[in-house]
Ligand binder design. Structure first.
Ligand code: HEM
Length: 452
């Protein structure tokens, strides 16, 4: 009844268990988790085969009850958790233009403007919250700043940091982000559902609160001012216009797509927290970022996104943080009976892609346990090995990666431009293996103004 579930419990993260099991059973092995047949794929060539060569055979997602609870009773409402379909193709293509802006496009310019302006607001807020010893509960502030960057960029509206409904919105998104990054046995043992009823109801109610806010505070105003004869003002307009033009899209699809993308801000806020944690653990990293910022700005102005090409070290620090935290690739599911290498994979098999091994394996990196941003630098330029795929690859690759790199760069660069970051008690900085999420309530950091 439990299958091999007990084999995953002996490590802090199931991905560490996958790596340990691959040493015994090889690069690809199967597991029975509750009633689900699963396959774990552990090397880059095999992962590429699943995601690219046979990507069309592996476009499904697992049918976890939690996923349904978060998306109005149907996980197919979610972009990340739905099975592949023509609707998904349409939703991805609407999003790509706005959520994946190309360098030098007008949307990229807008991304920069939004990020820089929001950092001005954040710096004022931060200054007002720094205690006498420099200690700040920084996570809610970073998340609120990211939340505003997203709502300004996608919906042309931002909220006051002290607005109680906005504070709750940001908190609910963060709680869901933490939640979605956890594995629960009920995912594989649906008969445990009665025991998790309260938990699943809580998830639904968080999601409901978010939806109400988006509807009342964002969409309604947009609908009233939409001009169908003018080009879309932003992503929200583009979605609303699409609703008029495409009979396969309905109101729910629009709502959930906007919610999904706005929710992406939590990932960036959590990642920025992890970058700052790395800086605290490795003060020399913070110093090098500051040297780079001072050089490009000549200490005369604030940094912006167009400084990124001249700040490869800062970008490398973000990449090294992505490598060392190693956020899992969402499991894929075989939508037809197919093969991986010479093994037959039955339709419905859940496929875990062990990118933790790609990010930390001795076969892929020198001294993988060390935090070394320099590994991503060559002759003053950023280089990424082919096997480094923190955003996955193939047809379901992450759509938000340009927003991640852009907004995270602006946040980290600007914070370190102005402050030295440390911690009152470094032992309180707890991060989690193979997880980009931190618990909603987590470590404080200490911000000391730089003397420049
Ligand atoms: C730390 C930041 C982030 C990381 C490490 C990350 C990573 C990933 C990964 C590994 C996947 C799974 C791809 C697959 O299954 O093959 C994914 C999917 C996705 N991501 Fe991200 N992501 C991040 C932030 C974001 C943000 C900010 C957004 C939105 C603005 C976003 C939107 C999506 C969407 C919509 C999908 C689903 C795509 C699909 O299934 O078709 N992500 N992401």
């Amino acid at each position: 009844m439990l299958g091999d579930l007990h084999r995953l419990g002996s490590h802090p993260s199931p991905f560490q268990a996958f790596t340990a099991l691959s040493k015994i059973y090889g690069d690809i092995f199967s597991l029975k988790l509750g009633a689900s047949s699963c396959v774990v794929v552990n090397t880059f060539p095999l992962i590429k085969e699943v995601l690219i060569t046979r990507g069309t055979h592996f476009g499904g997602r697992p049918d976890f009850l939690r996923f349904h609870a978060l998306f109005g009773g149907d996980r197919n409402n979610s972009l990340a958790l739905c099975d592949w379909s023509s609707l998904q193709k349409t939703r991805r293509s609407i999003a790509r233009l706005y959520c994946s802006p190309r360098f030098a496009s007008s949307n990229y310019g807008n991304l920069n403007k939004v990020g820089v302006t929001e950092m001005d607001f954040l710096m004022i807020q931060l200054e007002s919250q720094i205690g006498t010893d420099g200690d700040v509960n920084i996570k809610p502030l970073l998340l609120a700043a990211c939340g505003n960057m997203f709502s300004q960029y996608m919906c042309s509206t931002r909220f006051n940091y002290t607005d109680p409904s906005f504070q709750i919105l940001v908190r609910r998104f963060d709680q869901i982000f933490w939640e979605i990054n956890q594995g629960y046995v009920v995912d594989f043992l649906p008969w445990l559902q009665p025991l998790y009823k309260k938990h699943l109801n809580k998830l639904s109610s968080w999601a409901h609160e978010i939806r109400q806010f988006i509807l009342e505070r964002i969409i309604e105003e947009h609908r009233l001012t939409l001009d169908p004869d003018s080009p879309p003002r932003d992503f929200t307009d583009a979605l609303l216009m699409h609703l008029e033009q495409d009979s396969t899209m309905n109101w729910e699809h629009i709502m959930f797509e906007l919610e999904d993308f706005l929710g992406g801000h939590s990932a960036i806020g959590n990642l920025a927290m992890l970058v700052l944690a790395a800086v605290v653990h490795h003060p020399e990293v913070g110093i090098k970022i500051q040297e780079e910022v001072d050089k490009v700005t000549r200490s005369e102005r604030d940094i912006n996104l167009f400084d990124k090409p001249d700040m490869p070290y800062t970008e490398a620090v973000i990449l090294e943080t992505l490598r060392t935290t190693s956020s899992p690739i969402v499991p894929h599911v075989a939508t037809q009976t197919t093969k991986i290498a010479d093994y037959t994979i039955d339709k419905g098999t859940v496929v875990f892609l062990n990118n933790y091994e790609l990010n930390t394996g001795e076969n892929y990196w020198n001294e993988p346990d060390l935090f070394k941003p320099e590994r991503f630098l060559s002759n003053g330029r950023v280089i990424k090995p082919e096997h480094f795929i923190p955003f996955s690859t193939g047809k379901r690759t992450c759509i938000g990666q340009r927003l991640v790199k852009g907004f995270c760069f602006i946040m980290v660069g600007r914070l370190l431009q102005k402050y030295n970051v440390s911690a009152k008690d470094i032992s309180e900085i707890k991060t989690y293996p193979a997880c980009v999420a931190l618990p909603p309530d987590t470590y404080n950091l200490r911000f000391t103004p730089r003397n420049i």
